[in-house]
Design a protein around this ligand. Structure first.
Ligand code: PLP
Length: 412
């Protein structure tokens, strides 16, 4: 293996060498040494239809022959036009204005910039801060990092380099709701927006909250006149059992971020989608009121073709009922671990199953034991979780669940 690669979230000095993947198919990853692993993560939650879905592959190869890429400044193309129209039709309310970019973090940066400029364009200065929630994760670029959990998000380490935001607990109790209301009232004049991961804080540890909590956040943001940014980068496209998590709370955020499963996990693409009220603040005779953003590869035609093909699959195949069936199987399969020694919590939402340990587990040992059982599952922090492809066969899902149950029991 090359020594030239700098790997993600990895202490290069001590890390075990990564496994070499040579091929994927369905819900399996084949390694260079011939092993085949059942994938429990769907490549960081992207491959909702499994790997190498022929419908997406065909759409991408057709697009590759016609036009792999073209700049988006001054030009447009059918795959992007079609994708934007389809997203607008699928998203709730008047979330009709789609800005494409190339990764989840950038979609969040665009959302933050959109919210700040929304106020500037209306002639109101000084409203640039964002109220975010403890436990949240929104990406690794600087603006996105600044709205991640203040302890886990490395805020102290980067000091003044990160914009200073306001943090609250999710309003799960009456006290927390009151505290959020008070924080919004206190900081209102400096706040541009509120940002939340609807229903589940993924990278923060698969922390789940009921739809009423999300509805409370939307209500309080509206009461204080603040745009709500819903980061559906993890939750979008069926992961929570509905196409978008916001649907479960019946809310329409002002700005919504998508990425990850947008292309069915085939390639990188993201979207920041705004409601008409946000878009209208940029509609002006003043050129300076335009949204000043434009990633080189925005709306890449190959990625848009993959995303359109992925949406076809959501239309043609029963992905949402598959997600709910996975949830039921996860709930039944992991139930025995509830109350087991060393287990603090077991939770399931849509096609997400999570076991939380009572203390910090030995992650390296857990990973080894999972690998020995032929599954690709990556515990982090104090959790072990499954987010398989929504197309996973029952036998493969059962293998994942059994591997998790046995591994957790061994960890006592
Ligand atoms: N927002 C959420 C909710 C995420 O889960 C992630 C990635 O895990 C991001 C943003 C960042 O996306 P990306 O890694 O594509 O930059």
């Amino acid at each position: 293996m090359t020594t030239h690669l700098w790997r993600p979230y990895t202490q290069m000095k001590h890390a075990a060498p990564p496994l070499e993947a040579v091929a994927t198919k369905g819900t399996r990853i084949r390694l260079a040494d011939g092993r085949e692993l059942v994938d429990g993560i769907a490549s960081w939650w992207t491959a909702v239809h499994g790997y190498n879905h022929p419908h997406i592959a065909e759409a991408v190869s057709r697009q590759l022959a016609a036009m792999p890429h073209v700049m988006f400044g001054g030009l447009t193309h059918a795959p992007a036009e079609r994708l934007a129209a389809r997203l607008a039709a699928l998203l709730p309310g008047d979330l009709n204005h789609v800005f494409f970019s190339d990764s989840g973090s950038v979609a969040v940066e665009v959302a933050l910039k959109m919210a700040a400029q929304y106020w500037l364009n209306r002639g109101i200065a000084g409203r640039t801060r964002v109220l975010a929630f403890r436990g949240g994760y929104h990406g690794d670029t600087m603006g996105a990092m600044s709205v991640c959990d203040p302890d886990e998000g490395m805020h102290r380490r980067f000091g003044a380099y990160l914009p200073e935001q306001i943090f609250c607990d999710l309003p799960c109790t009456a006290d927390q709701t009151e505290a959020l209301d008070a924080a919004l009232a206190r900081h209102r004049d400096t706040l541009a927006a509120v940002i939340v991961e609807p229903l589940v804080q993924g990278a923060g540890g698969m922390l789940m909250h009921p739809p009423e909590v999300l509805a409370t956040i939307a209500r309080l943001a509206a009461r204080h006149g603040l745009p709500l940014i819903a980061d559906e980068i993890f939750t979008g496209f069926g992961r929570t059992g509905t196409l978008f998590a916001c649907e479960q709370a019946g809310i329409v955020p002002d700005i919504l971020c998508l990425s990850k499963a947008l292309t069915g996990g085939t390639m990188t693409l993201a979207a920041t989608v705004a409601r008409s009220g946000i878009f209208e603040a940029f509609w002006s005779d003043d050129p300076a009121a335009a949204l000043m953003h434009g990633p080189t590869f925005m709306a890449n035609p190959l990625a848009c073709a993959a995303a359109n093909a992925s949406l076809d699959l959501f239309e043609q195949e029963p992905r949402l009922s598959q997600a709910r069936a996975i949830g039921a199987r996860l709930a039944a399969g992991l139930a025995d671990l509830r109350g087991a020694p060393g287990v603090a919590d077991v939770r399931v939402l849509g096609a997400i199953g999570c076991v939380q340990f009572a203390g910090a587990p030995d992650l390296a040992a857990l990973k080894e034991r999972l690998l020995a059982r032929g599954v690709w599952v990556r515990p982090f922090g104090d959790i072990l979780y499954l987010t398989p492809a929504l197309t996973i066969a029952e036998a493969d899902l059962d293998r994942l669940i059994a591997a998790v149950v046995e591994t957790v029991r061994e960890n006592r």
